[in-house]
Design a protein around this ligand. Structure first.
Ligand code: A3P
Length: 348
């Protein structure tokens, strides 16, 4: 096979059921959510993915690329910043001044914003301030431009964020570039995703946590099924270009994780550098760091003022949300999902 031969995207697309459509209408306030199922594992994706799946699958990978991959809310941003600072010789000046969204193109972000962008552009003439208009257009570029185009023009090394499952990424990705995947306890992902779905107006979740838990545990939330997503990466964890991390490990012993990431990237870290890095990455500092906390989106009404992107930062905070019945459902779900694998989440 020639090196430049374009690969066919190997998975089928399938409509969701009428029942699922009604459930979305009932639980989400944003009127334009339009989802489809993809591939044998039935991943739930925005319909706009159909148009871009093959481009992403054929993205030219560079050996200097670094990918931070995860299911949403697993600690992606935390990992991105850790990786970026190690790989960029602790350049805090840039890290604190250039938003993480600019340092890390988010591979598939635009597919969530296809409809929202149209509405935004239709109303742009109502914005009186030229400066604000420019900021909106810049933000639209970051959120909505197909990232495959942007990446082609980017100098190396490129740092890229994705929430796509490994099977949707170019097949040569781990043989060519470095991938760091982060996973997290499914119950904490559920709680954090619930708040996230209330934060972002392209979802605007209006149900209770219990409603969210029901759709999450039955693989009816975007990007689901969660465990299949994690297992795909887990199965690649012994590949020398893949580093598999758990949120709980970062929460328990951040310096130990920094050392593992540094080894993976071939970097040295002095004690002094370690102290400063862990301080920079602490939840308290992260929460107020404008380059990573996504607070800038509040200006554009993309997010609700009632929630925060950097929210609670706790491993096993789910206990505060789950009643007895939900706890049992979770135990059963986790047991069933992990039965065919040696994947085990740290019990910290
Ligand atoms: P919570 O909602 O449980 O607080 P992602 O970046 O993948 O969207 O993950 C977001 C989750 O990581 C949120 O979880 C967020 O608060 C948490 N997080 C982000 N930075 C963190 C940090 N420095 N320390 C601990 N948790 C952090």
């Amino acid at each position: 096979m020639g090196e430049n031969k374009r690969l066919r995207f190997p998975f089928d697309f399938k409509e969701i059921t009428e029942e699922e459509k009604l459930e979305i209408k009932r639980l989400f306030n944003y009127p334009k959510i339009d989802l489809i199922r993809v591939g044998p594992k039935d991943y739930l994706m925005p319909r706009a993915y159909i148009e871009h799946a093959e481009n992403i699958y054929n993205l030219p990978i560079r050996s200097s690329d670094v990918y931070v991959a995860s299911f949403q809310r697993a600690g992606t941003t935390w990992t991105q910043e850790l990786v970026w600072l190690l790989a960029n010789d602790f350049d805090y000046e840039t890290a604190l001044s250039v938003p993480i969204t600019h340092r890390y193109p988010f591979l598939e972000i635009y597919m969530l914003y296809t409809e929202w962008r149209k509405d935004c552009l239709a109303n742009i003439d109502k914005v009186e301030s030229i400066e604000k208009k420019e900021r909106i257009l810049k933000m639209l570029e970051v959120m909505c431009q197909p990232v495959t185009e942007k990446l082609a023009a980017m100098p190396s090394p490129r740092f890229i964020k994705t929430h796509l499952p490994m099977s949707f990424l170019p097949p040569n990705i781990v043989d060519t570039a470095k991938v760091i995947y982060i996973a997290r306890d499914a119950r904490d992902i559920a709680v954090s995703s619930y708040h996230h779905a209330r934060l972002f107006r392209v979802l605007d979740f209006i149900g209770e946590f219990k409603d969210f838990w029901d759709i999450f545990r039955s693989d009816r939330f975007i990007q689901s099924p969660y465990f299949e997503h994690v297992k795909e990466a887990w199965n690649l964890r012994h590949h020398p270009n893949m580093l598999f991390l758990f949120y709980e490990e970062l929460a328990k012993d951040l310096p130990a994780v920094v050392r593992r990431v540094a080894d993976f990237l071939g970097k040295e870290v002095t004690e002094e550098q370690m102290t400063r890095l862990c301080d920079h990455l602490s939840f308290e500092n992260f929460k107020k760091n404008k380059a990573v906390n996504y607070e800038d989106l509040k200006e554009f009404d993309i997010v609700s003022p009632k929630e925060n992107f950097i929210r609670r930062g706790k491993a096993h905070g789910w206990h505060d949300y789950f009643d007895e019945e939900m706890t049992q459902q979770a135990d059963q779900w986790i047991e069933d999902s992990l039965r065919d694998t040696d994947l085990r989440f740290p019990n910290v």
